[in-house]
Write a protein that binds this ligand. Sequence first.
Ligand SMILES: [Zn+2]
Length: 461
Amino acid sequence: MSAIMGRYGDDARMERRIHDPSAEGLTRDALVALQAQRLMHLLRKTWHENDFYREAWQKAKVTPDRIASIEDFRQRVPTVEKKDFIADQAKAPPFGLRHRHALGLGCPLVVANTSGTTGQGVEVHVQTAEEFRQTGHIYGFQIRWSGLARGDGVFLTLPVTMMAGGRCEFQGAVSSGLTVFPVGNYDAQKKLELIQRFRPRALFGTTSYFGHLAAVCPTDPSSLGIKVLLTGAEGSGFPWLERLEEAFGAKVYDRYGSTQSGNDHMFSCEHGIGTAARPGMLHNIDSMVLTEVIDPATGRHVQDGEAGEIVITSLYHTDTPLVRCRTRDRGVFRSHASCACGRPFSGVEVASISRLDDMKKVKGVNIWPQAVDDVVFADAIVDEYQVVLTSDDSHADVGTLRVMPKRPLSVEEIGGLRGHLAEAVQRKVGIQFLVDVLKPGALARSEYKARRWLDQRVHVR
Ligand SMILES: [Zn+2]
């Protein structure tokens, strides 16, 4: 740690940086008491106002008056997940019963959806503008902890779209008093030109994209003057985060959130990513979001240092509640005592987060293997296939579809199959794949679609 700090001359900035003393200054016991108080209010209000959750709780024979503690809550209140949201939207399109209360308030809303290319349906997540304003407060922790100050320049490399990612970072950076350059819609060369012209102190975006920017940068990226890299929005290995620090001569501050919570809520403190031997911690903002890390098989909360599924309850979304949402993200739980900073927040270990299900994120787009399966096996000539994800020289994602036909094909047939599959896959998942046609017998057959995917990208390795 001290080696990293020394290397980037940040020793002077290593003082404990406090964003909200009313949360960061609490003892652990006082913080848990605050969570319990907010949780009980949320449960009572949700029971009265929200048909979606009330129905689910009635089915599980739970009423809020039977929940007296966070422990009761964990044991009795049922979890919800993507398929429940999709079913709810099918029942009451387009928003679902869970948003009916908020829609009736006659107040401005922030509407986000998940990318539509998943093969598993689009989730719609709404929050009121009043709730969304809290996004600024939450990002304030990350921005303060990373040493950024009012007026510092930050390049937002994510585009602002209907997806939550991008819009919430924009809100967070603007609310925190940064000078925000929204460059997400420009290509990498244009972004680099603008960085050279405006010399921002920080980049705010997705982890793998910063590696791509470094790789296509015509000069040494450390000459760009970037001091802070706000990474996140996808799982990555520790060596990749270290490489980013080396390449830019900057410090990485990572973050975690989920589409369903509509916000990031776990952040690196001033200790950053830590070391490979002892990675740092993403501190969950426990005063705002109740995060559990559970064993998906038993539902038991895991111990410090154990991996489990991240389950989220927002304590500040009281008009558009999110209660015990299973994220399908896996992470290593860290208790509040794990970090040298001494904050009372629990969290997960840096670089420990990955997907529990088989969703892949390629070129920033979520892809379920089922979607590719559907397209490829719709062609009767296809016997088996494999998808290989790699990184090109510029660290951009490359997807290659390797297809094994049932019989030997002529040159013309191979050309036709390649063209047809490339177009059909692009139409279905929204991104381009290279297509290789192999000889019969070249691939072993697989029963499991997830095993057809080989991920050899540099940021995942
Ligand atoms: Zn810390």
